[in-house]
Design a protein around this ligand. Structure first.
Ligand SMILES: NC(=O)C1=CN([C@@H]2O[C@H](COP(=O)(O)OP(=O)(O)OC[C@H]3O[C@@H](n4cnc5c(N)ncnc54)[C@H](OP(=O)(O)O)[C@@H]3O)[C@@H](O)[C@H]2O)C=CC1
Ligand SMILES: O=C(O)[C@@H]1CCC=N1
Length: 270
């Protein structure tokens, strides 16, 4: 079988998001001996993964660097990291609101630079990762990234980098919106009289089962909703509340717009 893994993987930051990616890669067979994590805390990551608090003197050719710290730290990180990056270094950035042009400016000598926007369920192999590579990137570079991202779940190449803040709003931030929905469904159940713990269990299981069902169905979620709603029955009355004046659609559109606009501000250095 082909070796889908980079010769070496160097993670700059390994918090909530990069940590989930690494967890999945290790679960799928990445040799921990190939992985080095730089994190200021020096906290251990996983058996066999080297953790450092300072940059090494060099990076071996064939190293893929995952930029997994906060976007505002890019300048400081690049000051130390850019001199170590040459043609044989691939950069994979998960920094929200950080365009490829900014990354290339900070890492002028690096090899291929790919922008990625994962989401937290990648740790289960059920995530979504949006990808965009520089126009000059080779097919081989894209294929190598495809192979690395495939174990994480759905991978979507985004043709227009200008849409990256939109996809970030939808799928990168999306888990937070869904977690909020599950919590609200449970609290609404409590508000109409159910015991809190029971409402929480039932809300979570309902969302879990419905998402699985929607993922396997040949019909769209809109059609599935109508299938739950018996004519003249209870569900229709509930849907009428969500649908009145496109209330839910407008709420979610406003939610995505606010997230997207923050990405635009971040891209302007805000
Ligand atoms: N959270 C999410 O759902 C998503 C986040 N992202 C992106 O992922 C990135 C990280 O976010 P998230 O994981 O939530 O954040 P976390 O705060 O959980 O992780 C940040 C990581 O950066 C490390 N770090 C802090 N300072 C430095 C430094 N100066 N140099 C190198 N590493 C440093 C931290 O080290 P230590 O562990 O030692 O504290 C930590 O490992 C962001 O750019 C964000 O835009 C993208 C998609 C989704
Ligand atoms: O909140 C953020 O900025 C990042 C981007 C997507 C999820 N977390």
């Amino acid at each position: 079988m082909n070796d889908i893994w980079p010769k070496k993987l160097f993670l700059v930051g390994c918090g909530n998001m990069a940590g989930q990616m690494l967890t999945r890669w290790l679960a799928c067979g990445l040799d921990p001996a190939r992985v080095t994590v730089l994190r200021p805390s020096g906290r251990a990551v996983a058996d066999g993964v080297q953790v450092v608090t300072a940059y090494p003197a060099s990076l071996a050719p064939g190293t893929t660097v995952l930029l997994g710290m906060k976007p505002y730290q890019l300048g400081d990180v690049a000051t130390a990291l850019a001199p170590l990056c040459g043609e044989g270094t691939t950069l994979l950035s998960i920094l929200a609101g950080t365009p490829l042009a900014d990354l290339r400016r900070q890492f002028p000598k690096a090899g291929p630079i790919v922008r990625a926007m994962p989401n937290l369920p990648v740790g289960l192999g059920q995530g979504v990762t949006a990808l965009h590579a520089e126009a000059a990137s080779s097919e081989a570079a894209r294929t190598a990234i495809d192979a690395l991202i495939a174990p994480l779940g759905l991978a979507e190449w985004i043709a227009d980098e200008g849409q990256f803040n939109e996809v970030t709003a939808l799928s990168g931030c999306g888990p937070a919106f869904l977690f909020r929905f599950i919590d609200a469904l449970a609290r609404a159940g409590e508000a109409i009289g159910l015991p809190a713990d029971q409402a929480a269990r039932m809300a979570l299981a309902t969302v879990h089962g419905s998402a699985n069902m929607a993922a396997q169905a040949s019909d769209s979620p809109a059609v599935l909703a109508d299938r739950v709603a018996s004519p003249g029955g209870m569900t229709r009355e509930g849907l009428n509340i969500l649908d009145a004046d496109d209330r839910l659609l407008k709420l979610l559109t406003d939610t995505l717009c606010a997230a997207r606009d923050r990405g635009e501000e971040m891209a302007q250095g805000g």
